[in-house]
Write a protein of this length. Structure first.
Length: 332
């Protein structure tokens, strides 16, 4: 199916489902050992302090293609507190947003021994986001009162809240993003809602044979956008191989949206839901982390045959204690 034969609006709806949102878009950053970027309750939850830098680029052969950069840091403070900070820059065509979040997390340990992991965490992130719409290159030959031909911008405050539970090899997380209703003036009311609240629920379980260098982690993530009712699910699987100098790991994620769009396929009307296949490969070398993630959209309707590339660089430092006796990569 050639996209040029389809309505551009339909194509954008297919490609943009679950990505057009406020704050940091929910891509697959978390899949590359970056759970704090998604769940504020994971600030300071790990044994080490963490710095993560990500860069994501979509469709290299398309002008003004979506791209995202994030820089995050989280650390444990004292026995029960965690702090974090996130800076991001997100651009998608004529639209862009930049912002930052500050996070506080509280961790409650129920462990019966120093090697048992039984931790309940709560987190809150507060941030300021500036959104911009660049209209300077719009065609003004036909008068439209909505188009001013300038760079319009608006700033707003919002918060994310969440909870995490890590028990031995099991982990679960629940986060509400954009908790506060915010009225904004960047777009008209017909195109922009004051409610961008997004609910994210994820869970995973890691397992491996006794004294084996291998471990495996199936997991899933479900997200729901309140106002529009958009829903999507990620099904993930990762494998870890312990090395003398660190750990080699890789996996694959399958994302499917419950929503879609109709398009004309010859004389027939077909419908398609967003589907993404995302493999990841990474290595922990001493205190450093390197990861590469590639997302590929499957289906008949897409911009081209290219994918979405993402690099993640990380540095772990300030290890507080010995590792827990569990297969828990997000903590150990």
């Amino acid at each position: 199916m050639n996209l040029k034969k389809l309505s551009p609006i339909i194509a954008l709806l297919i490609a943009g489902i679950m990505n057009a949102q406020d704050g940091i878009p929910v891509y697959h950053d978390y899949f590359a050992d970056n759970l704090y970027l998604l769940h504020p309750s994971m600030a300071g939850a790990a044994n080490s302090n963490q710095i993560r830098l990500t860069a994501r680029q979509q469709w290299f052969d398309q002008n003004e293609a979506p791209n995202l950069q994030t820089l995050s840091f989280n650390a444990r403070v004292g026995e029960q507190s965690g702090i974090g900070v996130i800076l991001f820059n997100d651009k998608n065509g004529f639209n862009s947003q930049t912002g930052g979040y500050l996070t506080y997390a509280h961790h409650i340990m129920f462990s019966r021994s120093p090697v048992d992991l039984n931790q309940l965490s709560f987190g809150l992130s507060a941030g300021i986001v500036q959104s911009k719409l660049d209209e300077t290159n719009f065609d003004l030959s036909d008068f439209d009162p909505v188009i001013a031909g300038i760079i319009q911008s608006t700033s707003y405050f919002n918060v994310d809240v969440g909870a995490s539970y890590n028990f031995l090899d099991f982990s679960a997380h629940f986060t509400v993003k954009n908790l506060v209703f915010r009225n904004r003036d960047l777009f008209t009311q017909d195109f922009e809602s004051s409610n961008q609240r997004n609910y994210i629920l994820s869970a995973g379980y890691s397992f491996g044979s006794y004294n084996s260098d291998w471990s495996f982690e199936p997991s899933s993530m479900f997200q729901l956008t309140e106002r529009t009712g958009e829903k999507a699910i990620d099904l993930n699987f990762k494998a870890y191989k312990t090395l003398d100098v660190g750990q080699l790991w890789g996996g694959v994620s399958y994302r499917r949206s419950f929503d879609g769009a109709e398009f004309l396929d010859g004389v027939d009307v077909s419908d398609q839901k967003l589907q993404l296949i995302t493999p990841v490969i990474g290595i922990n070398f001493n205190q450093f982390l390197f990861a590469y993630t590639y997302s590929y959209q499957i289906g008949n309707v897409k911009f081209d045959n290219g994918g979405f590339h993402q690099l993640t660089l990380g540095f772990d430092f300030g290890k507080r204690r010995e590792e827990y006796d569990c297969n828990c990569p997000a903590i150990n």
